[in-house]
Design a protein around this ligand. Structure first.
Ligand code: XMP
Length: 512
């Protein structure tokens, strides 16, 4: 396995994903915690990430010198290359030749990183993003590739197996970056590439059994991929010691509750309590229009109901949660200041303390796409595994302002039509998340010979990789026209449809 030392690059997680895609397990650690990690982790190789700092600042972040003393291969990327150089006796300077974006390198020496991919004299497109550059190499290193802005675009000390690249092999815009990383992990570091989802399933099941013993585990299902995968995996590990609870908040999409109940009860034969708490939730939300208040009420009510259901089934020792690796990675912060809360995302935080339960989090080491793969491995139906994310507060945050049963009903119908059209056009898997929003605005229309005065429906569809940034999906005008016609014809209460073309930032994905 491989350790990635993070210097705060925006794309450190991509390095981890590329490494894992090549069948090699890896973890990310902030640079200032790497030392502790080296005692226990025993990496077969280390990758130093890029980062926003400048190594020309003496007090800037550095890799622990132990990284270079372990005798394992080290690959420095961008800032990682520069700090490696400085720490081993080379020199880095600020430069007038900043390189951002597409660039091209020329191979000038053979190097294990390029083996089987490129030979001396070849040029290769890469993605660069740096201001500083290496100007003198540490002893033992040679230049193996150059670019216009970086005479040390790639460097190597093949004896010690230390490599540095100024470009970013982890991003898509470096087409053969994936293969270079493969060379590093497999050929140079000698990893075997046997980290697969089948293997993960086995080891995780063993871990869960060891952690839980004879204890009882309770798992809240939301209808989403993460909690479903957790439930199926736990059921395989501990059978009837697992109890699942599905709380219907009344703000689910059309047919959602039925789908979850039938999948778990009928398909998997997993015991499931289905609690219809819609009256309770909607009652508490009456007259509330502030989005953060709505979220808080839903979160707190969810905890109340869940706690009650847990008591009904005799309590539990553990709470299972679908925490993913991106939630666990400690981010490297150079500003140190608290970040502003844009939206308080609802989860079941607070429950374990209140109910005195320990957590079982079998997905803590996985990225979202790996969870989907694990879901497929566990036999979850493909349309379940590929589902778009759905927020905990559900349709409540897709109806700006006050929520009523009438509005929920209208929104459910419009959302169903929209997603039907997306699916039948074969676009569902290209889109990260798509949904309808019901605006609390009525506008005038004409239908037949009569005047209408009905709600506006906004359609949203975005592409994204992690929901942190997103762009609107470029539907054809014909497609949008067709969805609009169907919604207005089929959904009473809506007489106007608009499409949201805002990216994130500055917008957010949801409207509240
Ligand atoms: P935003 O709207 O913040 O959404 O751009 C990013 C992703 O998070 C989801 N989201 C939520 N998920 N509770 C959740 O569980 C929430 O309160 C919440 N708000 C937004 C949103 O659907 C998108 O996938």
């Amino acid at each position: 396995r491989i350790l990635i030392v993070d210097f705060g690059s925006q794309v450190t997680q991509l390095i981890a994903r590329r490494v894992r895609e090549s069948g090699v397990y890896c973890e990310i650690v902030p640079f200032n915690k790497a030392d502790e990690m080296l005692d226990t982790f025993e990496p077969k190789a280390i990758i130093l990430s890029g980062g926003p700092a400048s190594v020309t600042v003496e007090t800037g972040p550095r890799a622990s010198l132990r990284v270079f003393e372990l005798g394992v291969p080290v690959l420095g990327i961008c800032y990682g290359e520069q700090t490696m150089c400085v720490e081993l006796g080379g020199k880095v300077e600020g430069s007038d030749h900043q390189e951002f974006g597409r660039a091209s390198i020329e191979i000038v020496e053979e190097c294990a990183l390029f083996e089987g991919l490129m030979k001396v004299g070849d040029t290769e497109p890469v993605w660069m993003s740096h201001g500083d550059r290496v100007v003198a190499l540490p002893e033992g290193f040679k230049v193996v590739a150059i670019s216009r802005g970086a005479p040390f675009a790639a460097i190597a000390d093949e004896t010690r197996r230390f490599y540095g690249v100024q470009f970013h092999p982890e991003v898509m815009h470096t087409p053969r970056g994936r293969d270079m990383l493969w060379n590093f992990t497999h050929k140079i570091a000698g990893c075997s590439g046997d980290w697969t989802m089948a293997a993960f399933r086995e080891t995780e099941i063993a871990k869960v059994r060891a952690q839980v013993g004879k204890g009882r585990v309770i798992c809240g299902l939301s209808g989403g991929v993460d909690s479903s995968v957790v439930a199926v995996l736990l059921h395989e590990a501990i059978g009837d010691q697992l109890q699942c609870v599905f709380v219907d908040t009344g703000m689910m999409r059309a047919g959602e509750a039925e789908q979850v109940v039938s999948l778990f009860r009928n398909h998997y034969n997993i015991p499931l309590v289905h609690r219809d708490a819609s009256d309770l939730f909607l009652g508490k939300l009456e007259g509330v229009s502030d989005p953060e208040k709505k979220r808080k009420i839903i979160g707190a009510t969810f905890i109340d109901v869940f706690e009650e259901e847990a008591r009904n089934i005799g309590g539990a020792d553990f709470l299972a949660q679908g925490t993913l690796y991106p939630d666990v990675i400690e981010s490297v912060s150079f500003t140190g200041g608290p970040s502003v809360t844009i939206k308080s995302h609802h989860n079941v935080g607070g429950l374990p303390e209140r109910m005195n339960m320990k957590l079982v989090e079998p997905l803590r080491e996985l990225f979202k796409d790996e969870v989907r793969e694990l879901g497929r491995e566990l036999g979850l139906p493909p349309d379940f595994v590929g589902r778009h994310p759905f927020p905990g507060p559900g349709l409540a945050i897709r109806i700006p302002g006050e929520i009523t049963r009438e509005k929920l009903e209208i929104l459910r119908k419009a959302d169903t039509v929209y997603l039907e059209e997306i699916r039948s056009a074969g676009l569902y898997d290209e889109i990260w998340q798509a949904f309808a929003v019901l605006l609390p605005v009525r506008t005038v229309g004409v239908m037949g010979d009569g005047r209408t005065y009905d709600y506006v429906c906004a359609l949203r569809a975005v592409t994204s990789t992690d929901g942190m940034t997103a762009d609107y999906y470029p539907f054809s005008h014909e497609f949008l026209g067709q969805v609009s016609t169907r919604i207005i014809n089929e959904v009473r209460g809506i007489n106007r449809v608009v499409y949201d073309v805002t990216s994130k930032p500055p917008g957010t994905i949801e409207w509240e």
